[in-house]
Design a protein around this ligand. Structure first.
Ligand code: F6P
Length: 324
């Protein structure tokens, strides 16, 4: 195990289902190798304030099935400033921590890169519902969020059918449209608005809905990824141009909460164990990732510079062909 006697683990950024499984796997894998584990509370903020709890095989029991993160989280503004990063690094050194495992999304990875300059060995695990990290095919939380969005839209559709309305449903995803695409396709949406594909074609959506209206359809569903267009404006436009009564539902944080799916528990466990394995091998400043469905790892600076070109246009084309 080289010189590693003690590690710390934290979760940072938006919480994501599966983070707890990753924490649990980190603790089990480390403790079984005789490594002590310090849990850092509230992400990078907890590192600055040294808000911690020792983790062991007892206190990470029964968390696999829990949403959120048992370590709490934050989007730390202070960590963007060098003096606070130095304070955080000094805390780790004063407490004899040899390496840090950070679980989170893009912001967490960027924070890790700046922290590397403080001489801290940091291993990242991708955790965000958005699935928006170029270096990996999968990020913890996506599967649960997509399923939660799908189930919520199924319920909204029931009401839509009863009232003969058009439902415009806004889902999360930051700058990526994966949740919208998966939830929209799984619920046979009439239209899906994605950041990767949106060319301002409001008329296309209106024409399609009009055509379906004329053909005798009695309910309609449009799924919109957040930040692309204003869902309220779209609903008003649909109502005005087609005469179909329209309503907006913004799914919001229900997509981040709830019990993780088997996939998120499994991938959380695999990624957590893999992080400890690469530390055991003496690796430094790496991110765990999935490529071709297999666990791999990359240098964190290389990872942050990768281009996000994994969006599958075929899946989008298919969603148009299969929309009902
Ligand atoms: O990154 C996860 C995410 O839920 C995004 O989908 C969303 O845009 C953002 O976080 C919301 O952030 P906050 O929790 O700061 O409101």
């Amino acid at each position: 195990m080289g010189d590693i006697k003690k590690i710390a683990v934290l979760t940072s950024g938006g919480d994501a289902p599966g983070m707890n499984s990753a924490v649990r796997a980190v603790v089990f894998s480390a403790v079984n190798l005789g490594i002590e584990v310090e849990g850092i509370l509230r992400g990078y903020d907890g590192l600055i304030d040294w808000e911690t709890m020792p983790l062991n095989l007892i206190n990470v029991r029964n968390i696999n099935n829990r949403g959120g993160t048992m370590l709490f989280t934050s989007r730390s503004e202070r960590f963007l400033q060098p003096e606070y990063r130095k304070q955080a690094a000094d805390n780790l050194r004063a407490n004899h921590v040899d390496a840090l495992v950070a679980i989170g999304g893009d912001g967490t990875l960027r924070g890790a890169i700046t922290f590397k300059e403080e001489g801290i060995n940091i291993i990242c695990i991708p955790g965000t519902i958005d699935r928006d990290m170029a270096c990996t095919e999968y990020t913890l939380g996506f599967d649960t969020a997509a399923n939660t969005a799908m189930e919520a839209i199924d319920r909204i559709r029931d009401s839509s059918i009863s009232h003969g309305r058009c439902s415009v449903v806004e889902v999360m995803g930051r700058k990526r449209g994966y949740i919208a695409l998966w939830a929209g396709m799984a619920t046979s949406a009439d239209a899906i608005v994605l950041p990767e594909k949106w060319e301002g074609n409001f008329d296309g959506i209106i024409e399609e809905l009009k055509k379906r209206h004329t053909d005798g359809r009695d309910s309609y569903l449009v799924v919109v990824a957040e930040g692309v267009i204003d869902a309220e404006e779209l609903a008003e436009m649909i109502q005005k141009e087609t005469g179909i009564e329209s309503r907006v539902s913004v799914l919001g944080y229900i997509q981040r909460g709830g019990q993780p799916t088997a996939k998120d528990r499994m991938y959380g466990s695999l990624m957590g164990a893999y992080a400890i394995e690469i530390l055991r091998q003496g690796m430094q400043n790496r991110i765990v990732a999935i490529k071709n469905d297999v666990l791999v790892d990359y240098d964190i600076t290389e990872a942050v510079n990768m281009q996000n070109n994994t969006f599958d246009s075929f899946q989008y084309e298919l969603s148009l062909r299969l929309s009902e």
